[in-house]
Write a protein that binds this ligand. Structure first.
Ligand code: FDA
Length: 590
């Protein structure tokens, strides 16, 4: 190798996980290197559903507005449909992504909105922020392997793919955000749970103006099932740019059926058939393949090497959570790394990355594959056996759906049940927001009871999310007034930004003093937000009162990643509020 370079932070991968990690680290003023084997940011749209939980992380670093400007939301992503073809019969549709019947539920729990923003648009936003804030980004640069040195650092062998020059990067922290074929995970040899995969799928990117077919049933995902066709009949048409750029995700006949590569002309015919319009003016822009996986890492870090994103959770795009989860992996990890590097937190806090995020990743892998299995049940309700059903079987199902017979009624009932069930994908608010961390970075000892789901979330946890301040849950979003006429700000806007936050209210002076003295003593940013009449912030809709979960003079301690670290019901502690908070911070900071 020609040369050795030193850094504290080496991020391998510049996809949503790696690029967001570089941003979140850079927001703390940290400098580092991010490498990517690819020549540039994503050249195909790939991920597109961006949920509110991930957007809140991006809002924290100030790039949410740009996402909002470039993303599609509201009416354009209002429906999720099952149909014969884009132009043909519709079998069913659901409202999707916080629109229609769930609009209020979504608006109440986040200052951000669900949006469709292709990965190819998101990645440049992230890479730009990272490069502007202290990260050196190298594309065309591949990690070949790494070893741990005697001083606890890692020597990474990388290759510039343009010149073939090999060089070494020595780093204190190494981050494996290198996707589904992660070299970092492979080299670490960490255990992974892998179930049999679902085979291969194809992405066909194409241009065609489908405006006419979206006039009365707009949406970003449309499952097209041509019952009378014997070639693999199942595909999803996904809006990329409304309404003239699309991606067809195409599922071959079965996981074990070999698939030959088709020519662009052959793909053209299949796309045309799915749209249901012959002679359509369409152009194939590209074809790529991906694997339907069911794999998650049992352990996601070792020493000072941390893996995130698809490197640790590999699954189909159903639920649209891959990129979203990778961004939240990064957000969870960045503040812990920053505090350890500043010396204000002990290295034990880094173990909580594994404790908190591994279960989230593993649950995502199961949930997204279960969701695909739910889709298969819906296909069956329509008369399609998952793979390789005969034309006769498919047409029988189609005919029965129209029949006044017991078979017809049963089939229609089953279809309704299956479509209702698909809300686990189209309105998965609970799956997206309902995490509750149990770890050393959360102080739950003052809670009388373990966390239990409440209200609608208890009835159907995937669909509903009931915000609360139980330690380990997300800080509830509530709109606050500043005392003068003007725009309201979210509780999330006054928290985060790299600091811990203490929320208190009328009578909470002891917490204000405790925070001020500990801020100096621990050299940590500990901001106080006082909410109440005559204090800094107004509880405009009196919602904080409902959601704060403590008395007015109590406090809620929130971590830089918006998760509640601890709460105190009031201000009466025998040892005094400062001592109590010191004890809590000592545990949370490892
Ligand atoms: P990703 O694979 O994106 O990036 C890996 C990075 O590592 C790349 O920069 C690559 O160059 C680099 N790399 C790899 N090996 C390297 C090496 N040895 N050295 C250096 N660099 C290396 N998700 C979602 O949230 N919402 C959605 O709607 C969808 N929809 C969707 C549709 C389709 C069709 C697909 C195929 C996937 C999705 N996803 C999704 C999933 C989403 O695309 C996926 O989860 C994320 O891209 C994962 O992001 P990562 O950053 O972890 O890996």
């Amino acid at each position: 190798p020609a040369k050795s370079i030193n850094t504290d932070l080496l991020v391998v991968g510049a996809g949503p996980a790696g690029a967001s990690l570089a941003c979140f680290l850079a927001r703390y003023g940290l400098e580092g290197i991010m490498i990517s084997a690819a020549p540039g940011t994503a050249d195909t749209p790939r991920a597109h559903i961006n949920n509110m939980a991930a957007m809140e992380c991006l809002r924290d670093i100030g790039v949410y507005e740009e996402c909002l400007r470039l993303g599609n939301m509201g009416e354009r992503i209002k429906h999720y449909r099952w149909c014969e073809t884009m132009a043909g019969e519709e079998y069913a549709r659901n409202y999707s992504w916080g629109n229609g019947d769930r609009l209020g539920d979504y608006e109440m729990v986040s200052p951000c909105t669900h949006m469709d923003l292709p990965q190819s648009v998101l990645e440049p936003i992230l890479v730009k922020y990272a490069t502007n804030h202290g990260f050196n980004v190298r594309f065309h640069t591949e990690l070949l392997g790494f070893s741990e040195d005697d001083d606890g650092k890692y020597t990474c062998l990388v290759q510039d793919r343009l010149t073939d020059v090999l060089y070494q990067i020595k780093t204190r922290f190494l981050f494996g955000a290198d996707g589904g074929r992660s070299v970092v995970m492979r080299e670490l040899g960490l255990p992974m749970t892998t179930l049999p995969g679902g085979g291969l799928a194809f992405n066909i990117l194409f241009k065609a103006d489908l405006t006419d077919y979206m006039a009365h049933r707009p949406g970003n995902l449309h499952w097209c099932m041509r019952m009378e066709r014997d070639y693999p009949f199942m595909s999803v048409l996904r809006m990329v740019k409304p309404w003239h750029e699309w991606m067809m995700v195409f599922f071959p006949k079965g996981p074990d059926v070999p698939v030959q590569d088709l020519s662009h002309e052959e793909w053209r015919e299949i796309v045309e058939d799915c749209v249901g319009v012959s002679g359509l003016d369409l152009e194939i822009l590209g074809v790529s393949k991906w694997l339907i996986n069911e794999t998650s890492a049992d352990i996601v870090s070792k020493g000072n090497v941390f893996c995130l994103g698809d490197a640790i959770h590999r699954h189909p795009p159903t639920l649209g959570l891959g990129s979203n989860t990778g961004i939240q992996d990064s957000f969870n990890l960045a503040w812990k790394i920053a505090l350890v590097m500043r010396g204000t937190a002990g290295p034990r806090i880094l173990d909580t990355y594994n404790t908190e995020r591994q279960p989230v990743g593993a649950a995502l892998v199961t949930a997204s594959n279960d969701c695909l299995r739910d889709h298969i049940r819906l296909w069956q309700a329509l008369g399609c056996a998952p793979y390789g059903s005969s034309e006769e079987e498919r047409l029988k199902g189609s005919k029965e759906l129209r029949e006044s017979s017991k078979e017809g009624r049963d089939r229609r009932r089953l279809l309704k049940k299956c479509v209702d069930r698909m809300q686990v994908e189209t309105h998965a608010l609970g799956t997206e927001m309902g995490q509750c961390y149990i770890s050393g970075a959360v102080y739950g000892n003052d809670e009388g009871q373990p966390f239990v789901l409440q209200g609608r979330e208890a009835e159907w946890p995937a669909l509903h999310y009931e915000p609360c301040t139980y330690p380990g849950r997300r800080l509830p979003h509530v709109w606050l007034g500043s005392g003068v006429p003007g725009p309201l700000v979210s509780t999330l806007d006054v928290a985060g930004k790299g600091h811990f936050t203490i929320f208190t209210g009328i009578g909470g002076e002891a917490w204000v003093q405790a925070a001020q003295s500990l801020e100096k003593e621990l050299s940590i940013a500990l901001k106080v937000v006082s909410i109440g009449r005559g204090l800094g912030w107004e509880d405009t809709y009196l919602e904080w009162e409902e959601k704060r979960g403590v008395e007015e003079n109590g406090c809620v301690l929130v971590r830089p990643d918006f998760f509640v670290a601890w709460r105190a019901q009031g201000a009466e502690f025998a040892e005094g509020c400062t001592s109590r908070l010191r004890q809590v911070m000592a545990q949370v900071l490892g």
